[in-house]
Structures are given as structure tokens and as C-alpha cells.
Design a protein around this ligand. Structure first.
Ligand code: ME8
Length: 505
């Protein structure tokens, strides 16, 4: 039985269309999921949408649409985002799925029956942007510290989850599990906050209707975060063995919910805790936060019309240091597309395929040159970076080998050997006994480069899957896994040389 690997993204609010931040998160998770599939693991990769709550209801109201109809149309956009960007999720969960709603009610009831939920009254400041309450102390000039806008004073009957009870267990867990939160500095931040004390959590609302009714009191709907976090479990109906999650991929703004609230709910409901939370940073544009109101938006669909999807995937995975904030700029994207994808990789592939066609009629066999192939022995190093969730570093090491292949080809200059031999195709029936050695040398260089590319394809598949497919097609390589890295292919039959990446102006 292969090892199971369960990875999730956050589920996105359906109050507006997908943005670059949503895309970045899905691409990171996709890359990790694909990597683990290549390791031979039984991967379950989940993404989806968070559709309840006041923020979503307000957004529909503003457009004069029925809430369900409104979310249905936004969900289609998120699904399209996954398709366009080659996201290999195994399931897409919607919190309006009846299966999810039923599961939430069940868990609510279970926790209630255990005596962990009580009825009370809440008064406090609520930010619909964050879908959470703030204390007076947390506000900045009376505004939400995240959205920098006015909060609402709320005074309503509410059910509370006894989260304060879990403070010591949560703290102990966070202190003992040093790699529960990546990067490490985020774990320390959370530990400091938990030490300041955990309060009981208001987990129901009465002031609006767009939510899952409480199984014990239908005047209330379940608080949207209680509902949303449970998606990670409700999606596993019929595959419960996948729990606990191996990695929750989330952005830095929602770590508290995942590192403190979620584990407390799981403890109360009697489930194991997830193994790891990978916290990515925020994508900014020219140093500014993405913001619709400030007009700082990058539409991922328009972007995909302008540039190859793999160039965008490559850029985000290479440019943004994993776990930190990063900057998006079209100029930097173009420069990586032109210099790295089109030149380093695209040209390499085109040259090798063209020479195998020109000198060997497309079919070549030869001895592998260990000098280059030895350098492809990067698996342990790259895998270590991937398991530590340093995706950009892993890609950098792989690219180092792509560059080595270019150095090899430039040093060996196979075209010079071809030219000095004085004829264009060795497969023609001519006598070339004196030149036999050179022909072998040329064959060896090209076969070695092709073998190097076969290995590069395996390494790069999680990052730029559709380009890898194109390379494989030209060389007739099959889809392979890491276990296939060390087999040595000494002959290849290539197709027509095709341009892999068109340069951007
Ligand atoms: O928070 N750069 O949904 P969401 C990078 N529904 N990532 C960003 C980003 C940016 N500029 N902006 C947002 C929610 N994100 C909840 C999650 S999970 C049980 C419920 C990330 O649509 C953000 O950090 O506001 C989060 O991980 C994801 O996008 C969805 O954000």
C-alpha cells in the first residue's frame, strides 16, 4: 500500500472573482501534490469554495441577485481557474453541498452533546471582511486592522464553543510539534498569541440567514469559520482514511483559524490534528497589496491570455520565496519567460530535436556521457527542499541542471562535429569509416542530452506540467515517476522540433 498524502488549499470566499492570491495558493498546492504523486504516494488534493456568511450574502444583495444563484456563478469561475491553470485537484468542495452541510450539523451536534457548546450573548465589533469579531484593543482607530474600515457593533444571542478550555493542550501541541507550522517564525507568533489567552468562540449568528441552520436551534446559522474549516473533513466522505491532512496550504492572514481554532474543534470532536500547515505570504503588485478598491488587481484569466500558463506557474513558483511575501510584475514575468523558459529550456529542446533530425533522421542510439548525467543526480537535494516546502529553492536547483545541459551542449558543440564530417545525414548509405568515431561521438552527445531532458521532464512536471508534456511528445518519452530517474535510455526517436515557449515582447 502506498503512503497516503492529503493536501488542501484554503477554500475561497465566493463574494468576488478569483484573484492572483487565490491562484498562487492553488499553484503551490498543485506543485506539492504533483511532487508527491511522482514519489508514488496516494495523493488526495482538495480545493473548493467557502460560500456562506454575511460577506457573501451582502455581495449578492448588492448586485440584486439571489445568493445561491450568485455563488453558483462565482464557483464556476473558481473551477475554471483550476482548469485553465492545470490544477490537479482530486475534488472540489463547495460548502453549500448538502453532504458538507449535513456533516457540519453532525459535528456541531456531537460537540454540543459533549457539553462543549453553550448559549450566551455576544456583544462586540464584527468585521464582515474578515468574518470575525474584534475586541476594542485589537481595532486601530476604531477600524478593522486588516481591512482598515469600520466594524459593526453586534449584540446578539449566540452559541459559544468552549475554546478557552483547550488553551493548555493547544499550547503544548504547538510547542512540541516544531514543524507543525512552516515557516517556523509563524509558529512562534501563534504561540505568543495563545499565551495571551484563549476566549470562548462565538459559533452562531442570528442577524442573517445565509448559512447552515444549527441542528439544535434554527434561529441561528453556524458561524462561517466553523462551517468552512470542517470542509477538510466533510470532503473525505468515503475516504476517511485520508485524515489527518498532511498539509493545509493557507495564506498568512488565516493562520489563527487553522493553527488554533481548527485544532480546538478537532480535539472537541475527537479527531486527530493535521500534520502540517504551510503558510504562504501575500502577493503584492509593485509593493502594494492587491485591492479591488485601490484598483490593484491582476485578473488571472486575462493573464493566461497574455502569457503561457506554465510561464505564470514558473514565475510564481520561482520568484516568490516560499513562505514570504513576493512581488508580481509583468516585466519580471517576461524576463523569466524569455531568458529561462524560452532560452535555457526551449532552445535546448529545439536544438537537440533539430540535430537528431538533421544528423540521424530522427533516430539515434549511443553511449551515455557520464560527465553530464552524473550532474543530474540532484534528487536528494531537490526532494529535501520540496519536503521542507521551499518550492522556489527546489526549482532553482533543477534549473541549475538545465543550465548544465546548456553548458554541455555549448562546450561539445555537436553542430561543429556534424559540419566537419561534411555530410548532413549519417544514415545515408555512404562510406564514412574514418569518421566513424566522430559519428559515435555526435550520437553520444545527442543521446546524453536527450537522456538529461528525460530526467528534467520528471523533475519539472510538478512546476510546468503542460510544457513537460510537449517535450515528452517530441522525444516520445512516456509519463514517468522519480523511480524512473535512474534507468538509462540510450536511444531515442524524435518528432518534429516545435517551439516550446514563444518569447514575449
Ligand atoms: O480566507 N496573496 O478566503 P479568501 C496570496 N474563505 N494569497 C492570498 C492573497 C494574496 N494577495 N489574498 C488572499 C478565506 N490570499 C476563507 C478561507 S479556509 C477553511 C477558509 C489567500 O478567499 C488567503 O490567505 O479570502 C487564503 O489562504 C486564500 O487566499 C483564500 O482567501
Amino acid at each position: 500500500m502506498s503512503k497516503k498524502f492529503y493536501i488542501t488549499t484554503a477554500i475561497d470566499y465566493t463574494n468576488s472573482s478569483p484573484h492572483l492570491g487565490h491562484l498562487y495558493e492553488k499553484i503551490c498546492a498543485d506543485c506539492i501534490a504533483r511532487w508527491h504523486r511522482l514519489l508514488g504516494e496516494d495523493v488526495f488534493f482538495l480545493t473548493g469554495t467557502d460560500e456562506h456568511g454575511q460577506k457573501v450574502e451582502n455581495a449578492a444583495l448588492k448586485l440584486g441577485k439571489k445568493t445561491k444563484q450568485f455563488v453558483d456563478s462565482i464557483v464556476e469561475e473558481f473551477k475554471k481557474l483550476c482548469k485553465v491553470y492545470n490544477i490537479s485537484n482530486d475534488y472540489f468542495i463547495r460548502t453549500t453541498d448538502p453532504q458538507h452541510e449535513e456533516f457540519c450539523k453532525e459535528i456541531f451536534k456531537k460537540v454540543y452533546d459533549k457539553g462543549e457548546i453553550y448559549k450566551g450573548e455576544y456583544s462586540g465589533y464584527y468585521c464582515t471582511g474578515c468574518e470575525r469579531f474584534y475586541t476594542d484593543k485589537e481595532l486601530i482607530n476604531g477600524e478593522c486592522p486588516v481591512h482598515k474600515r469600520k466594524v459593526e457593533w453586534v449584540n446578539e444571542e449566540s452559541y459559544f464553543f468552549k475554546m478557552s478550555k483547550y488553551q493548555d493542550r493547544i499550547l503544548k501541541f504547538l510547542e512540541e510539534n516544531k514543524d507543525f507550522i512552516i515557516p517556523e517564525f509563524r509558529r512562534k507568533e501563534i504561540i505568543n498569541r495563545v499565551k495571551q489567552g484563549l476566549k470562548d468562540l462565538s459559533i452562531s449568528r442570528t442577524s442573517f440567514k445565509w448559512g447552515i441552520p444549527l441542528p439544535i436551534d434554527d434561529k441561528h446559522v453556524i458561524y462561517v469559520w466553523f462551517d468552512a474549516l470542517l470542509n477538510y473533513l466533510s470532503a473525505l466522505k468515503g475516504r476517511e482514511k485520508n485524515w489527518p491532512a498532511d498539509i493545509h496550504v493557507i495564506g498568512k492572514d488565516i493562520l489563527w483559524f487553522h493553527a488554533v481554532i481548527w485544532p480546538s474543534i478537532l480535539m472537541a470532536a475527537g479527531y486527530e490534528l493535521p500534520k502540517k500547515i504551510f503558510v504562504h505570504g501575500f502577493i503584492n503588485v509593485k509593493g502594494e497589496k492587491l485591492s479591488k478598491t485601490a484598483g490593484i488587481i491582476v485578473d488571472p484569466f486575462i493573464l493566461a491570455e497574455k502569457y503561457p500558463v506554465d510561464a505564470i506557474r514558473y514565475f510564481l513558483l520561482r520568484e516568490i520565496p516560499s513562505g514570504e511575501d513576493g512581488n508580481f510584475s509583468e516585466d519580471d514575468l517576461k524576463s523569466r519567460l524569455n531568458n529561462e523558459l524560452a532560452n535555457d529550456l526551449g532552445n535546448l529542446v529545439r536544438r537537440i530535436v533539430a540535430m537528431i533530425n538533421k544528423y540521424f533522421d530522427g533516430v539515434v542510439e549511443g553511449e551515455i556521457d557520464e560527465d553530464l548525467i552524473k550532474k543530474s543526480d540532484i534528487f536528494d537535494k531537490v526532494n529535501k527542499e520540496m519536503l521542507n516546502l521551499h518550492l522556489n529553492k527546489a526549482l532553482e536547483i533543477i534549473w541549475g541542471f538545465v543550465k548544465e545541459c546548456n553548458v554541455y551542449i555549448n562546450d561539445k558543440a555537436p553542430w561543429k562535429i556534424g559540419k566537419s564530417l561534411g555530410f548532413s545525414k549519417f544514415n545515408e548509405k555512404r562510406s564514412f569509416s574514418s569518421k566513424e568515431k566522430d559519428k559515435e561521438k555526435l550520437a553520444s552527445i545527442l543521446v546524453t542530452a536527450a537522456e538529461a531532458l528525460r530526467r528534467i521532464c520528471i523533475y519539472l512536471e510538478p512546476f510546468i506540467p503542460s510544457s513537460v508534456e510537449k517535450i515528452r511528445k517530441q522525444f516520445g518519452f512516456k509519463k514517468e515517476m522519480f523511480a524512473d530517474l535512474d534507468k538509462v535510455v540510450k536511444s531515442v526517436k524524435v518528432g518534429k522540433a516545435e517551439i516550446l515557449f514563444k518569447k514575449a515582447e
